[in-house]
Ligand binder design. Structure first.
Ligand SMILES: [Zn+2]
Length: 488
């Protein structure tokens, strides 16, 4: 009898060992020591706020790559080791801008796309600059003049939005530049002037023409509008613009799945690792935006998943991407989605993490939780780790479309953003969000332990679920998803 019990116990112990649960796997790899190490390194003063274009952000990228390698993640074919180089340009504002029509000068000008130019010739007026307006117009080598916005929507916001299409139309038709006449109030104009008077960082495409100019001239009276509708000549001088091209890096790695079939499908684990750098005119003692919450925490969700999956691979493959230049307008993720290392239709889910702060340590807030069918797996995993999962508490802020996940979502890939627990944009969030106070030493690491375990367990459930995740019915990106995966 005695021996029987011992043998039974040994057998039970062995079967339990062989069937280690996902939760046990997560508990065994996600620990406070690692979390603190990573966050204190990435958000240290030495990293100087990890701003794009600085030597410090490259140190952060090296650190992330080395850690991924140590955890058993592999580099992908076609990239430079663990790095995807991302080409940027930095365009400085002009030192001199002058514009006149038939010798009448337009003195309120904002330059949206700057390049040095000295133009003196006739201009072509094309109404609102719609596709129809451009049809049959010979704009080659010319400046095109249009009204801002569109019929019935000429406010600054609408004008800004449709202005991009006009710019592209003018450019592809061979114009040298676009001038829009804008009618707007002082406050909006002031805001725009501020926006356009700093360095502008953007991605550089292989066929980008960095000589094209896009200018807004403010219409103060009807005269200017009447004038440009006649046959006019314009003189436009822009001087002192300096255009510098440079490279940034996305960090990319993968861990193959364990299932012979499901391994062809990937789950993406992503976060941006850049932040906003150092305050320019800081008078105070601390001028470094350390970005512990935003977004060292996000990076550590991804690293925690990599460590766990390196030891216990899931059935689906894992792709880890740490983006650069999120703070410059989601540019690193935009570049990745245009230049993916593995075809996008093999990505079944993107589990992004981005963070501003938290005001409730009983929660994980997932922006877009219920917008995909992975919600059940996430809710279950978060609960098993001692927290509660909630969806976007502030939909009016449109957070879903304001982080790197949106580029994946727009391509059709179900892509929520996992974040620290918050219930509203209140004073507690504002205390740290994009402030020099966002430091590693004012984080609650007991909470973070549960937070990271929740993420990694969610990852395991999603990547092992035989059911492929998809958009919830009726979602804004549902159709894009159908389109992406058709024929799979
Ligand atoms: Zn940020």
């Amino acid at each position: 009898m005695k021996y029987f019990i011992i043998i039974t116990l040994v057998l039970i112990a062995q079967t339990t060992k062989a069937q280690e649960t996902d939760l046990e796997m997560v508990l065994s790899t996600v620990n406070k020591h690692d979390i603190q190490d990573h966050i204190y390194f990435l958000a240290s003063d030495e990293m100087r706020g990890r701003a794009l274009g600085t030597p410090e952000i490259d140190v952060a990228a090296d650190y992330i790559a080395t850690t991924l390698k140590e955890y058993g993640a592999q580099p992908l074919n076609g990239l430079s080791g663990y790095f995807q180089e991302v080409p940027f340009s930095n365009v400085s504002p002009a030192s001199k801008v002058e514009l006149s029509f038939n010798q009448t000068s337009a003195d309120q000008i904002a330059v949206l796309e700057a390049a040095n130019i000295d133009y003196s010739n006739t201009v072509l007026y094309l109404n609102y600059g719609s596709v129809e307006d451009f049809e049959g117009a010979d704009v080659k080598g010319k400046l095109v003049v249009v009204k801002g916005g569109s019929e019935g929507a000429s406010d600054l916001r609408s004008a800004f939005f449709v202005g991009r299409n006009k710019r592209q139309l003018a450019h592809t038709n061979g114009a040298v530049g676009l001038i829009e006449i804008i009618n707007t109030d002082d406050q909006s104009w002031g805001f725009l002037r501020n926006f356009t008077s700093t360095d502008k960082i953007s991605l550089v495409g292989p066929n980008d023409d960095q000589t094209f100019v896009h200018v807004w001239a403010r219409q103060q009276d009807q005269e200017l509008m009447e004038l440009v509708q006649e046959q006019v000549t314009a003189e436009l001088t822009i001087e002192g613009v300096q255009n510098t091209n440079f490279k940034g890096k996305n960090v990319v790695a993968m861990i193959p799945g364990s299932d012979p079939k499901l391994k062809d499908e990937f789950v993406i684990y992503s976060a941006h690792y850049d932040h906003v750098g150092v305050a320019k005119n800081a008078g105070g003692a601390d001028s470094i935006y350390n970005g512990a919450r935003d977004n060292a925490v996000g990076v550590v969700t991804v690293l925690s998943a990599a460590k766990n999956l390196g030891k216990y691979p899931t059935q689906r493959s894992a792709l880890f991407i740490l983006f650069t230049a999120e703070e410059k307008g989601l540019l690193g993720s935009e570049y990745y989605v245009s230049n993916p290392a593995v075809p996008l239709n093999r990505m079944v889910f993107c589990f992004n993490s981005d963070n501003g702060g938290y005001n409730d340590t009983s929660l994980a807030t997932i922006i877009g939780l219920n917008r995909t069918t992975a919600n059940k797996d996430i809710v279950k995993a978060v609960e098993a780790s001692g927290l509660k999962a909630i969806d976007d508490p502030a939909p009016e802020q449109n957070l879903f479309d304001r982080s790197d996940n949106v580029h994946f979502a727009a391509a059709g890939i179900p892509a929520p953003t996992y974040g620290l627990g918050f219930t509203a944009f209140d004073a507690e969030i504002a205390k740290y969000y994009h402030q020099v106070t966002d430091n590693p030493d004012n984080l609650d690491y007991d909470y973070l332990l549960k937070f990271f375990r929740s993420y990694v367990l969610s990852a395991r459930y999603i990547a092992n679920n035989p059911q492929k995740p998809f958009w919830s019915e009726g979602d804004k990106y549902y159709e894009a998803g159908l389109l992406l995966y058709q024929g799979n």
